[in-house]
Design a protein around this ligand. Structure first.
Ligand code: GAL
Length: 803
């Protein structure tokens, strides 16, 4: 079997249809997959998808490619493996329809055999469309990888190898391998399957073999139980990975097919007394909800971008990700396995009641079994995956019929994979929208309820009406996921003593309270913040507004045009850690040093408006274009008794901090360039410090994250305005022009600025707080040079080597 990336040689263009007029239609242009057809379309205030897509339009698109089909393929079977096409993909070969996949996030295969023309150039086309079908920026087109598989008629089908580790202790682990052998030939075939288990150090540590006779036109499942001595267990702290190498040979020993499957050896337990345990050791989930897009790349899912996101999220203190609200990419699952990050993978955002006009509810009632199969087949060999979530804030969840859907979906997931837990992101308010007036009456203090949305949700979520309505849907789960319902945690332990809870979605600024509950209550196994990494669409949901700004209007949670990003992520879309990320690290107990976050002095004293998903408009810098003496507010985050703030050695005062003070000490002071130091003390002893220095003369700098990049991979180049010590300046933002030469292209350029009309597809973009990210696709071996230039600064260059 050969399985090769199928990313070159495509064109993409608008498919003329109800969403486009010929006048607007753009001719097909050459593209390299993965590709997002929406990213570079003109955004507009009038766009009907509005805040959901960040004012980006939708459309119907057609991808096309020629495929040379040699005569020798008459003896083969040929398929395309798509990891995801958004959305309603229809694949054609030579004008004949091959397959249709409605789900924009599900992997699927297109079996080409019936339509191949041998000895000729064949034409492949893939249609995709996206329009008013998502609550967030979806992207469109063939946005995830595609592979061409040419196999013997006797072969292992896609996801045909399943590895489980049902019995593990320190002495040995039993590895159960089940392999499907498909016989697409006309005669019964006698084959032999061989397995080898390869340890993390490359040694073969177990092997087995079995003869397998396969009738024509059928599948046969071959199984073996192999024993590995002294297994190196997979755990977030030491993610050891094994490989199961499977080979299928014919009776004479000639190889027909083979596959290497990465897996981990670990055990998984959960109960309300001991919480979650991996290999018998307690683990609390420091979780982040993440969307599928890749920032400046749009929705395009490149392996290197997914790997980088997982790596940076882990470095920021998270040990778990929730794929909100759709199945995670294969690339991200692989990265989670490698980096030791636990995964809650999610089926859908809606089942039968729509949230936006043309969403997946159109097809879900008929296609849910296929959706579940595709989710579980993709996930089940990944040690990182510990939970499947069957939904998010499902509207019908609180009704008796909604409960039958909950049960049906949970049982189908269990039947497909009995080794993980089933959860669901339940929002009792959303599940009871029509009945909320009644619930309000059951809440004692209506004024408190109205005071702010967070408390309001909490009180209503804990109301008897909500408790009763969600009881059946919650009872079908192994772990009950609650969105914004920490108000239930304590009482549920009394009312439902068998219930294990995870905070499947919580307000970012409340992590101090959330984490206290996770640490205190054994039946609450973790917390997933909204969100870990900022995303496109749901524009402005986490912004901070200055309400005295000319033209300001209260638009609630919706950011007005030209907001593009949610502005709700510990890390911004470029992977830069915002101040809340350090706050969280301190709350988690992972950082002993304090952290200084400075409110922008130019906005000092201005009235602000925030949403429950906002943090503060702060930057960790002491480089400001502010007059000496200008008033400035400084927050210091610390888990200590007190912090002292000093400017050039002179004390500005001390303030109590730590859990009692929500881990923040606030200082009002006056700006003066120099060295600002925060010193944390516990019991009078210094426990840590954080230093900010005013930057000297800044110059434009470009830093590639890695010196070498595999051909086909991505180079990430950070462009900053910083002084010779690397201290970035946040007091000016300049447009930077980026040029790439050598065997590479600029794949995306952008900053963390949420409100902008700039384009990620352009060669110029303004820095935000002194920073910019350029992503370069390396197309061949050799040196790829990245030049950055900005008016008033010396041009700078960096390079990576394609290998
Ligand atoms: C939640 C929802 C998320 C996102 C979030 C913030 O209720 O589950 O998908 O919309 O609100 O806007």
């Amino acid at each position: 079997m050969t399985r090769t990336p199928f990313h070159d040689g495509w064109t993409a263009g608008f498919k003329l249809g109800p969403f486009e007029s010929p006048a607007e239609g753009r001719g097909p242009v050459p593209v390299v997959l993965p590709h997002d057809a929406l990213r570079d379309l003109p955004r507009s205030v009038d766009e009907v998808q509005g805040v959901h897509s960040g004012y980006t339009p939708g459309g119907a698109f057609e991808y096309a490619r020629e495929l040379d089909v040699p005569e020798s393929w008459r003896e083969k079977t040929v398929r395309l493996e798509f990891d995801g096409v958004y959305r309603d993909a229809v694949v054609f070969l030579n004008g004949e329809v091959v397959t249709h996949e409605a789900n924009g996030y599900a992997g699927f295969t297109a079996e080409l055999d019936p339509y191949l023309r041998f000895g000729e150039t064949n034409r492949l086309t893939v249609e995709a469309r996206a329009h008013r079908d998502s609550r967030w920026y979806s992207g469109a087109g063939i946005y995830r990888p595609v592979h061409l598989v040419v196999a013997d008629p006797v072969h292992i089908p896609t996801y045909g190898v399943v590895v489980t580790t049902p019995d593990v202790d320190d002495e040995r682990a039993v590895i159960e391998v089940a392999v499907t052998v498909r016989n697409a030939a006309r005669h019964t075939r006698e084959t032999r399957v061989r397995w080898e288990i390869v340890a993390p150090d490359g040694e073969t540590v177990a092997s087995g073999t079995s003869p397998v006779t396969v009738l024509p036109g059928t599948d046969a499942v071959a199984r073996a139980r192999l024993t590995v001595a002294a297994p190196a267990r997979w755990h977030p702290d030491h993610p050891h990975l094994y490989a199961a190498r499977t080979t299928v040979t014919d009776a004479a020993g000639a190889v027909l097919d083979g596959e290497s499957t990465t897996f981990g050896i670990r055990t998984l337990q959960v109960d309300p007394v001991r919480g979650l345990r991996i290999n018998g050791l307690p683990v609390t989930l420091r979780g982040a909800c993440v969307h599928h897009d890749n920032g400046v790349l749009g929705a395009a899912t490149h392996d290197d971008a997914e790997d980088r996101r997982v790596r940076l999220l882990k470095e920021a203190g998270f040990n778990a990700l929730r794929s909100a609200h759709n199945p995670m990419s294969r690339a991200m699952l692989d990265a989670c396995d490698r980096h030791g990050v636990l995964v809650m993978d999610e089926l859908a955002d809606a089942w039968t009641r729509a949230k936006v006009p043309f969403d997946a509810t159109i097809t879900f009632p008929e296609r849910w079994e296929r959706d579940i199969r595709s989710l579980v087949e993709k996930d089940r060999n990944h040690p990182s995956v510990i939970m499947y979530s069957i939904g998010n804030e499902i509207l019908e969840l609180g009704t008796p019929i909604g409960s039958t859907w909950s049960r049906r979906l949970a049982e189908a997931v269990r039947a497909a994979d009995p080794t993980r837990f089933v959860t669901n992101g339940i929002n009792g308010i959303i599940a009871n929208l029509p009945r909320m007036a009644e619930a309000r009456e059951q809440v004692e203090d209506a004024n408190t309820m109205m005071a702010n949305m967070g408390d309001q949700m909490g009180l209503m979520n804990a109301s008897p009406l909500v408790s009763a309505s969600i009881e059946e849907s919650a009872a079908v789960l192994d772990v009950v996921g609650f969105n914004y319902a920490d108000s239930r945690y304590r009482q549920d332990a009394v009312d439902h003593p068998n219930r294990v809870i995870v905070g499947s979605e919580t307000f970012p600024a409340r992590i101090d309270v959330m984490w206290g509950l996770v640490e205190e209550l054994p039946h609450v196994i973790g917390d997933f913040t909204w969100t870990g990494w900022d995303y496109l669409g749901e524009a402005g949901i986490g912004r901070v507004d200055y309400t005295d700004e000319p033209g300001y209007a209260d638009t609630g949670t919706a950011g007005p045009f030209p907001y593009r990003l949610a502005e709700s992520g510990d890390l911004d879309i470029t992977g830069y850690r915002r101040t809340i990320s350090y706050y969280r690290e301190i709350v988690y107990g992972l950082r002993t040093d304090p952290y200084i976050a400075v409110h922008r002095p130019q906005h000092h004293g201005r009235p602000t408006a925030t949403t429950p998903w906002s943090w503060t408009d702060t930057v960790s810098t002491w480089s400001w274009d502010a007059a000496p003496g200008a008033p400035v507010t400084v927050d210091v985050y610390a888990d200590a008794d007190e912090v002292e703030l000093l400017l050039d050695g002179e004390s500005l005062g001390s303030a109590p901090v730590g859990a009692e003070k929500a881990f923040v000490a606030r200082f009002e002071t006056a700006f003066r360039p120099g060295e600002l130091v925060a010193v944390a003390r516990r019991d009078g002893r210094v426990t840590g410090r954080h230093v900010l220095r005013t930057a000297g003369t800044p110059r434009l700098q470009a830093h590639a994250e890695r010196a070498e990049v595999a051909v086909g991979g991505l180079a990430f180049v950070t462009i900053i305005l910083a002084d010779d010590d690397g201290i970035a300046v946040a007091d000016r933002d300049v447009p930077v022009e980026v040029a790439v030469s050598g065997p590479g292209v600029l794949a995306g350029l952008g900053s963390g600025r949420a409100r902008t009309e700039e384009s990620f597809g352009a060669s110029a973009y303004a820095t935000y707080d002194g920073r910019l990210l350029a992503v370069v696709r390396v197309d061949g071996p050799g040196e790829v040079v990245v030049n950055a230039s900005a008016e008033g600064y010396d041009e700078v260059r960096t390079s990576v080597v394609g290998v």
